[in-house]
Design a protein around this ligand. Structure first.
Ligand code: ADP
Length: 488
């Protein structure tokens, strides 16, 4: 239950917000948490950069507020503008416009190359957020900043010396450190005493993620398991010492799902809808997916494994490549939707060429196809090296597509490993494996395929997963409780 009596104003600063701009799960969190907070009586608003893609996609959606944002950076004054729209009724979304930094294709890079001026771009964004504060309808009590792109907000708030807003920082992925080479330190406009071991310094460079980690009032990771793993040398990406040092202010809060968007009963992207009481539509989704991906229609009776993933080392595609022969020997087929690094794209393309009757891949970012693929698959594979929370497995559960996951981070916290028949009915929801090894992955796939061959039991597992509730409600409560603690 909410412990808050006051209506708190929460400003969520994020470099991506669904449905305006997205490269991964962060956007979905920044796009759906505000609505959940509003439902619980808080007053959320969102602020993000005015990327070219956002303005192109929704040209009439945003109004110029007339507020000009002047930011000094490395001795220069850079001017920005504040635009305003609505994320949903009653939830404002502010855009920080600055053509020199955001009027270009791509969010953080283009054509496989990071933008070299990312430190300047996001230092500017953070300064501009603070410059915009006096012009917002509701002065925030809390600024909720997310990942390296907004990490600088935390030391900037300290430098501002105000009692409010207070800064809470969320780490969605420690793999992205937001590194700044020493020669660029001046563009951050922070006093030099911030650039040491207890500050932003990271092995001779500066880390914007560490800025948020160290200088926030409270720190969140997006699952309890990840909060523990991030404090270990294996999981801490070189920041495990800092995570341990700041463990007193660290909480793990699972991300929630927006079931208005992710619900097989009402999903407008699907060729047929279905629900836990009637799974007929799911079989139609599977047949349509096989046809769309060019797999034989006879495969409709065989287990179909799906993957929707950023193609990066984190997501465990190398494991899939190593295990491929054994996976396909089980008779299962595999469909992959992914975008990201060329080396992993090549790896997946090679699989599709070697196993043309059992493997198909689509490369690119395709929201509609991601829904069709999750609905049409029997099993969803998430073999990540590490996974702070993971959303795919949560969608898979709701869509009756049994997750096969590596037991790390949020994957471990949200899937219960099938432990055999239980006279009281099915309680488990998927298949887990621990070691990051192809043999462990193959074993989990075999267990899943074996159960698939027993339709009544497999259906029971499917239905147990569909009944799971990962809506925002409980996590949004936890955020509100945390905000109250920070405001005490
Ligand atoms: P991460 O944030 O590390 O990428 P998550 O599982 O938390 O992983 O979230 C990934 C989100 O991005 C999911 O909503 C997934 O559907 C979406 N996604 C990833 N790759 C693609 C793609 N190629 N096309 C469409 N959606 C994708």
């Amino acid at each position: 239950m909410p412990t808050t009596t006051a209506k708190r104003n929460i400003l969520i600063a994020s470099s991506e917000v669904w449905p305006l701009a997205q490269t991964g799960g962060l956007a979905e969190v920044a796009g759906s948490l505000p609505g959940a907070l509003a439902q619980l009586g808080a007053r959320p608003a969102v602020i993000m950069p005015a990327y070219q893609t956002v303005l192109d996609k929704k040209p009439d959606h945003f109004k110029n507020t007339g507020v000009s944002l002047a930011v000094s950076q490395g001795g220069q004054t850079i001017k920005g503008r504040l635009l305003r729209g609505e994320l949903e009724p009653g939830v404002p979304v502010y855009l920080v416009a600055c053509d020199q930094f955001f009027d270009r294709p791509g969010l953080y890079g283009y054509g496989g190359q990071e933008f070299p001026d990312n430190p300047e771009r996001f230092a500017f964004f953070c300064r501009a957020v603070l410059a915009a504060l006096p012009s917002l309808e509701h002065p925030p009590d809390i600024i909720l900043a997310n990942d390296w792109q907004t990490g600088l907000l935390m030391p900037y708030l300290i430098e501002l010396g105000l009692d409010k807003p207070r800064g809470v920082f969320v780490i969605h992925n420690m793999g992205y450190l937001g590194l700044v080479p020493p020669e660029k330190w001046p563009v951050l406009d922070l006093p030099d005493h911030y650039n040491n071991f207890d500050g932003l310094e990271y092995f001779g460079q500066s880390s914007l993620l560490k800025a948020g980690l160290v200088f926030s009032r409270a720190l969140v990771t997006v699952s309890p398991s990840y909060a523990r793993e991030a404090q270990t040398p294996e999981g801490g990406q070189g920041l495990d010492g800092a995570m341990r040092h700041h463990a007193h202010k660290l909480t793990g809060i699972l991300n929630g799902v927006d079931y208005k968007v992710w619900n097989p009963k009402a999903d407008r992207f699907l060729p047929a809808n279905y629900c836990v009481r009637s799974l007929k539509g799911k079989r139609l989704c599977k047949a349509a997916l096989l046809a769309e991906m060019g797999l034989p229609s006879t495969a409709v009776d065989l287990p179909l494994i799906g993957m929707v993933s950023r193609l990066t080392a984190q997501k465990g595609l190398s494991l899939v490549a190593e295990a491929a022969e054994d996976i396909f020997r089980t008779g299962a087929a595999l469909v992959v939707l992914g975008s990201g690094e060329p080396v992993y794209e090549e790896m997946v393309r090679d699989l599709a060429e070697r196993f043309p009757d059992q493997c198909r891949a689509f490369f690119g970012y395709d929201e509609a196809l991601s829904h069709r693929l999750i609905a049409g698959s029997d099993l969803i594979l998430v073999p990540s090296m590490y996974e702070p929370c993971g959303l795919i497995q949560l969608y898979a559960l709701k869509y009756g597509s049994v997750p096969i996951v590596r037991a790390v981070g949020g994957l471990n916290d949200t899937v219960r490993d099938f432990a055999g028949h239980n006279p009281e009915g099915f309680w488990d929801t998927g298949f887990k494996f621990s070691q990051f090894q192809d043999k462990a992955l193959v074993l989990a796939v075999r267990r899943a395929v074996d159960l698939f061959a027993q339709p009544a039991d497999f259906r029971a597992l499917v239905k147990a997963g569909m009944k799971e509730d990962f809506s925002w409600n409980s996590s949004a409560h936890k955020y509100l409780e945390l905000f109250e603690k920070v405001l005490e």
